[in-house]
Design a binder for this molecule. Structure first.
Ligand code: FES
Length: 101
């Protein structure tokens, strides 16, 4: 006896590409399931990175999700209509402005 196939839950977009996902998957699982194995590069050598630990510890898998940078793909639940973008570690993070008066 085999387990039933998980039900397709929705579709996110990754750098403009549609990526289907199944119920309970994370963004990282959805990307990997779609054959996408890297979605950012390292700051210095520009080496490709994707899932490494898969449990939220290493931060190798960071992506931008719905405009929020540095989200860990491996622990971020996938949602229908989510917009996921590859992350550029060389891009400056927006810092809050101080009002010094
Ligand atoms: S793969 Fe290590 S934090 Fe996501």
């Amino acid at each position: 006896m085999t387990a039933p196939e998980p039900v397709r839950a929705g579709e996110l977009t990754f750098d403009g590409r549609p990526v289907p996902f199944r119920e309970g998957q994370t963004v990282g699982a959805a990307l990997t399931g779609a054959g996408i194995s890297s979605w950012r590069t390292t700051r210095g050598a520009r080496e490709p990175r994707g899932l490494f630990c898969g449990i939220g510890v290493c931060y190798d898998c960071i992506v931008t999700v719905d405009g929020l940078r540095s989200r860990r793909a491996c622990v971020t639940p996938a949602h229908d209509g989510q917009i996921v973008q590859s992350d550029d570690p060389a891009a400056p993070l927006p810092l809050p402005r101080r009002s010094d008066g």
